[in-house]
Design a protein around this ligand. Structure first.
Ligand SMILES: [Zn+2]
Length: 274
């Protein structure tokens, strides 16, 4: 479902530095900087050690409170983590795409290529180095019913929090070009999740964990993204974003629309059909 394979192209170290330096120049005063490289920040093949050192130097010239990068677990070695903590004059947060806490869902449905125990070890290494972990989780990978997807997303969030993640970020699956999910979607064998499912996941997880739970649904309300009916999609997506910013349950409680009953029926009928 990930659109990265379509745009895989290695940037040269000099273009990475140029891009970042231009972005930092244009940036006003912010506390929280997220460096997004569509991959793993600590993967040598994507960002060589020398380039990383240069990035750390650039970050030190500004006063950020927190810097976030993303990485797969296998690149989060003690060595790179300790170096990053020593070099960055800010709190460091690493986002890891766990996707699901179920090894079966992650391996068979998502084809991610690492196990829950590898995630767990990476979280431990991060915490020992004083680095915070943010877990990315999917809502409705392919080959799952809406009801199964809700249960999987809830359990995954609770598990990630138990293993030491300090922030949960939910990504409802959105259909990107050239992906298997797109093929399934065009054949009528997959549809993105309801926004009601996302609301349900956030509500249930927030009731069980003590850490921030966020979601910024991409493509919400479009045919290729998480949606409800045409009348309420924008309103519910906005409520989800407000909840994410404030962690106030009131934003996602008491939302109503006539399509909510259709969603409930779909959850139930899928369970009965199996
Ligand atoms: Zn509706």
């Amino acid at each position: 479902m990930c659109g990265y394979s379509e745009m895989e192209r290695r940037s040269s170290p000099s273009s990475i530095i140029k891009t970042l330096s231009r972005a930092l120049e244009e940036l006003s005063e912010v506390e929280y900087l997220k460096i997004f490289n569509s991959g793993s920040f600590f993967d040598e093949r994507q960002i060589p050690a020398g380039t990383r050192a240069e990035i750390y130097r650039m970050l030190r010239s500004r006063s950020f409170r927190r810097v976030q990068v993303e990485s797969r677990p296998e690149f989060l070695t003690e060595e790179v983590l300790e170096e990053a903590v020593a070099e960055i004059d800010a709190e460091l947060e690493v986002g890891i795409g766990l996707e699901s806490a179920s090894d079966y869902v992650r391996e068979v449905f998502v084809n991610k290529g690492f196990s829950l125990s590898e995630f767990e070890d990476a979280v431990r290494r991060c915490r020992e180095a004083g680095v915070r972990v943010k877990a990315y989780l999917l809502v409705k990978p392919p080959f799952m019913s809406e009801a199964e997807a809700v249960e999987d997303a809830v359990e995954s969030g609770v598990t990630a929090a138990r293993l030491g993640a300090e922030r949960l970020s939910y990504n409802p699956v959105c259909i990107h070009r050239g992906t298997l999910v797109e093929r399934l979607f065009l054949r009528g064998e997959y549809s993105p999740p309801w926004l009601w499912s996302v609301v349900e996941v956030l509500r249930r997880v927030k009731g069980r964990v003590r850490i921030p739970v966020v979601c910024h649904p991409s493509g919400a309300g479009t045919r290729r993204g998480a949606s409800n009916c045409r009348r309420c999609s924008a309103r519910v997506a906005q409520a989800i974003r407000r909840f994410s910013a404030t962690q106030e349950m009131s934003w996602i409680e008491g939302l109503e629309c006539s399509c909510r009953e259709r969603w409930r029926l779909e959850l139930r009928s899928e369970v009965l059909a199996r």
